[in-house]
Design a protein around this ligand. Structure first.
Ligand code: HEC
Length: 242
């Protein structure tokens, strides 16, 4: 039996494949852009870096968001002495017993002008210990629950997508070993990618693997789609099979 090739397809099939591949391609670009805008500022420096990736899964365990804020964007609202007191409190474990005596007066001075519900600026409310405490915990990255949620959505969604792209792609005319590689590699990459999120939560060095798997996925998907799009419309039926 002669395997089915793109030149055996009806025009309706070709149109269906083409529209699907173009929409998925657009989706891929959107996903990349989304990744960029959501991860780019994790480490507070412009540009997407390995640290950005590590921070989102492992967290930035060198400090709390509160400390980052009073040293960074909120630095102008606090005196050096008060900052020292607050940082010492944070390093001490940010316990409630010292809150009322040491911390509340500092907050009252300036922070609460903006950081209460009444201020109406839709900012985190620091008028209570509970409100402040959320920002006084060490950032350990994405929670296990959101990691699991993201993983299963990714595994179900992307594998289905890759199945359909691969189903189209296997109708192309190309070296069979390269074809098999391109069919398996993105699936493998998704598996390694998801696995490496969990590894990165445990040890930030695995952020490298997240990036490498993402690159392999992107390469294989793009190759399958571009080869397919080209051959759907431009590959002629060989003369001897005509
Ligand atoms: C003039 C109003 C104003 C004052 C005063 C102010 N803040 Fe803010 N704060 C903001 C705004 C606006 C944001 C959100 C935008 C941003 O993160 O820069 C914010 C965000 C924050 C955040 C969240 C940062 C994050 O990780 O998302 C923290 C923590 C914070 N402020 C702490 C403080 C502390 C502590 C003080 C007092 C020393 C203070 N702020 C005083 C306006 C203010």
């Amino acid at each position: 039996m002669v395997a089915k090739r793109f030149y055996h397809c009806t025009v309706s099939e070709k149109l269906l494949y083409t529209c699907f591949l173009l929409l998925v391609g657009l989706g891929y670009l959107m996903a990349t852009a989304y990744l960029f805008v959501t991860h780019v500022n994790n480490d507070g420096k412009p540009g997407l870096s390995i640290t950005d990736v590590a921070n989102s899964y492992y967290g930035n365990r060198s400090g709390t968001r509160l400390e980052a804020a009073i040293r960074g964007t909120m630095a102008g609202n606090i005196s050096d002495d008060d900052r020292g007191i607050m940082v010492a409190w944070l390093k001490d474990g940010a316990e409630e017993e010292h809150f009322a005596h040491d911390i509340k007066p500092i907050l009252d001075k300036t922070c609460l002008a903006c950081h209460t519900k009444e201020a109406g600026m839709n900012l985190p409310d620091f008028s209570t210990y509970e409100g402040l405490h959320k920002y006084a915990e060490v950032d350990t990255g994405m929670s296990m629950a959101s990691l699991l949620k993201l993983s299963h959505i990714h595994l179900f969604g992307i594998s289905l997508l890759l199945f359909m792209i691969g189903f189209i792609f296997i109708q192309c005319e190309i070296n069979v070993y390269f074809k098999r590689f391109l069919v398996v590699s993105p699936m493998f990459a998704v598996f390694v990618d998801v696995l490496s999120w969990f590894l990165t939560k445990w040890d930030s060095h695995y952020a490298m693997v997240v990036v490498a798997a993402g690159a392999l996925l992107g390469f294989s998907m793009a190759a399958q789609m571009l080869i397919s799009l080209y051959q759907i419309w431009f590959l002629k039926k060989p003369a001897e099979q005509a």
